[in-house]
Structures are given as structure tokens and as C-alpha cells.
Write a protein that binds this ligand. Structure first.
Ligand code: TMP
Ligand code: MG
Ligand code: ZN
Length: 205
């Protein structure tokens, strides 16, 4: 990817539905950086321990060493003086401070690579991702393939006992293909979802 960044730091954001290859792409980028003998640190929120505790892991088994954090500010505490590339996987689970942390690192001249789900199972912006997307210099939105119709999938369907999960279900539920599948806008189902923003605002009152 031709990143024309002469000097200084920047933020690259990789988002998209589950199974779109976000972590795979993050691993690809950090491996390239390591080959160039750059000092890389990878972080991930502790909440997600699906495949490997001390690694970020893609759905088909690619792995890269990673440090677990509970809060975004721990990235600053753990940062080594010689690190020039910081990658953060699953940023949707972190607190909103992650945007300040990313900005601070980029301002200091570091390359920051962030991945996360732009949308939750309800099809709504996930945690700090909208903020990160706005702050980033580069945003890649990856797609999976809709399991229903084969179109590019931008959304993640949660299935509970084979049925679409309800809008009122909790947002955070760690899992993989046993609970989630990629779907396009047309095939994505969220029973109980308010029809419009207006309706959602009034129903929250
Ligand atoms: P992935 O993007 O690497 O596939 O991982 C996404 C993680 O987020 C996975 O553990 C499932 C979880 N998740 C939620 O907690 N809530 C949601 O609404 C969705 C879509 C995923
Ligand atoms: Mg992932
Ligand atoms: Zn579809």
C-alpha cells in the first residue's frame, strides 16, 4: 500500500465485519514492519481471549505476539522507548481514551495500526470506532462474503440457537463462527430494531 508519509506519525485504521480479514491484515502489516527491522508492539483488549491469550489471532489461525491491556492508557505505560510501530487489535472493546492514546502516539511520530469492528451485531457504531475512524489518516473497510447471498458483507449477524439475536441483547459477547456470521445489509436481521433514529431516541426516553 503506497503510504506517502514523508515524516512523522500517522494512524491507519482497518475496520469491517467479522470474518473480513482485519486481524489477518494487521498481522500482514506488522510482519512487513518487522522485516524492515522496525520495533513493533501489538496490544489487544483482555476481554477477547478466544484463540490465544498472548497473541492476536485471525479466524484461520494466523498469530502474532500481543500484550493484553484492560484500559487504553496502559499502552502508554507499556510503550518501550525504541518502539516505532504500535498495533491495536479489537479496538471496539476499548474505552474512548484509545483515540487520545492513538493521537498522542501519532503526534510523537509513531505509526499506529488499529483494527476493530465498525458495527456491532445490531448494525450500530461499536464503541470508540467512529472516533478512531475520524482521527485516522487512512481507513480501510474490509468486507467478508454474505453467507446468505454471496454479496460483499458489511455486517455481522449474531445467531442465538440459530435465530437472529434481538436488538435488546447485550452488545458484548465474545465468540466466533458458532454465534456470528457475515451478512450484507439486505440479509442482516435485527428483530426489535427501531425503524429510525427518531424512533430510537424516543424509545430511549
Ligand atoms: P473479530 O472482528 O476479530 O472477528 O472479533 C470480533 C469480536 O467481537 C468477537 O469476539 C465477537 C465480538 N462481538 C461482540 O462482542 N459484539 C458484537 O456485536 C459483535 C458483532 C462481535
Ligand atoms: Mg480479528
Ligand atoms: Zn446477503
Amino acid at each position: 500500500m503506497p503510504y506517502l508519509q514523508p515524516k512523522g506519525g500517522w494512524i491507519e485504521l482497518i475496520c469491517g465485519s467479522m470474518f473480513s480479514g482485519k486481524t489477518e491484515e494487521l498481522i500482514r502489516r506488522v510482519r512487513r514492519a518487522k522485516i524492515a527491522r522496525q520495533q513493533v508492539q501489538v496490544f489487544k483488549p483482555k476481554i477477547d481471549n478466544r484463540y490465544a491469550a498472548a497473541h492476536v489471532a485471525s479466524h484461520d489461525g494466523l498469530q502474532f505476539e500481543a500484550e493484553n491491556i484492560e484500559e487504553a492508557r496502559q499502552i502508554l505505560d507499556r510503550l518501550r522507548p525504541d518502539t516505532t510501530v504500535v498495533a491495536i487489535d479489537e479496538a471496539q472493546f476499548l474505552d474512548w481514551t484509545v483515540a487520545d492514546v492513538a493521537r498522542l502516539l501519532a503526534d510523537r511520530g509513531l505509526r499506529v495500526i488499529i483494527t476493530g469492528l465498525d458495527l456491532d451485531f445490531r448494525g450500530e457504531p461499536f464503541g470508540p470506532m467512529p472516533l478512531l475512524m475520524a482521527e485516522a489518516e487512512m481507513v480501510d473497510k474490509l468486507h467478508a462474503i454474505c453467507v446468505m447471498c454471496g454479496a460483499p458483507a458489511s455486517r455481522t449477524q449474531r445467531l442465538i440457537n440459530g435465530q437472529p439475536a434481538n436488538y435488546s441483547d447485550p452488545v458484548i459477547m465474545v465468540g466466533a463462527s458458532e454465534v456470528y456470521e457475515a451478512r450484507c445489509r439486505d440479509c442482516h436481521q435485527v428483530p426489535g430494531r427501531p425503524q429510525s433514529l427518531g424512533e430510537r431516541v424516543t424509545s430511549n426516553e
